[in-house]
Every structure is written in C-alpha cells, then in structure tokens.
Ligand binder design. Sequence first.
Ligand code: 4NP
Length: 173
Amino acid sequence: MSKQPRITILFVCLGNICRSPLAEGVFREVLREKGQEHLFEIDSAALGDWHVGQRPDPRSVAAARRHGLDISGQKCRQVNPEDFRHFDLIFGMDRGNIRRLQHLAPPDTRGRVHLFLEYALGRPEEVPDPYYEDEESFEAVYRMIREASEALAERLAERALSVCRSGQASSTT
Ligand code: 4NP
C-alpha cells in the first residue's frame, strides 16, 4: 500500500512548552472537526533546549483543558536540521523565533518559515511569549491560536483537497 501524502506543518516557539504545544493541539483539533486530520502531519518544537523531554507548561495544559482539549501527552523536543527538509510549513510564534529559524534554515528552505499569525490571518502580528505572564495571557494566547488555526485550515483547504485526491489516486494504482 502506498503512503498517504500529507501536508507537513511544524509549530515552533522558544521553549516548546507554552505556545507551540497549544498550536499543535488546537490546529489538530480544528482539522479533526473538519475530518481532515489524516491529510496533515503536525508537530511542534523548541528553539532552546531547556525543556527537552518535558510535558507542556501546566498553564498551557489548563488553558487547553478549559476549551475541552487535552495537550498533556505532548513532549518538548528541539528543532533539528532535518526539520527544514521534512516540513512544508514551519511557523514561528514571534519575530525572534523567525530570526532564529531563518538563521538555522539551509538557504533553499528559508521560504518554508513564516510568522504564524501573518501567514494564517494576513496580519503581521506575533503570538507573545506568555512564560512570565498570568493566566489571562495564556487565555489570550489560546484565543489567538484558535482564530489563526481556523484561518490556516481555510487557507490550506485547496491544498488539502489536492492531497486527498492524489492519495485516492495512488491508493487505486
Ligand atoms: P514558549 O514559552 O516559547 O511559548 O514555550 C517559553 C517557555 C520557556 C522559556 C521561555 C519561553 N524559558 O525561558 O525557559
């Protein structure tokens, strides 16, 4: 049986314990609601190595839980060089993330790196780092990520359909 083609997406932030695990979980949930989860491969990663192997921050887990989502099973990992070849779209949460990703990316892969809200919503805005902030900041981060995830799924709908068609074609040959 041939392998189902997929759109591959990596969400990246500084620590991979607050913002990018929420983005991974929320975007997966949006896809699940649309019946499109199988058309995507989604992951998240950190620029820093401080929290590698750890579960998401309890404040992100709680924000997700307030909205009926469980992200507690995720585990922090660091961005690695292969990510720039494997993932079609690499989304940084803020401009500092983008600068570091552009620095790490092989030159021919730099076009895969985008600011998440800018790509999804067409607004040049950041998802601010909530690490030193309060519960309300985590709630605001959740809302931004939910809005952007819905817009991202819309933006990628055409591409998802063509992936779906090519998967159907290859599974019958
Ligand atoms: P994140 O938040 O990048 O959204 O996961 C942070 C988590 C940890 C640290 C900074 C930001 N830290 O400095 O350890």
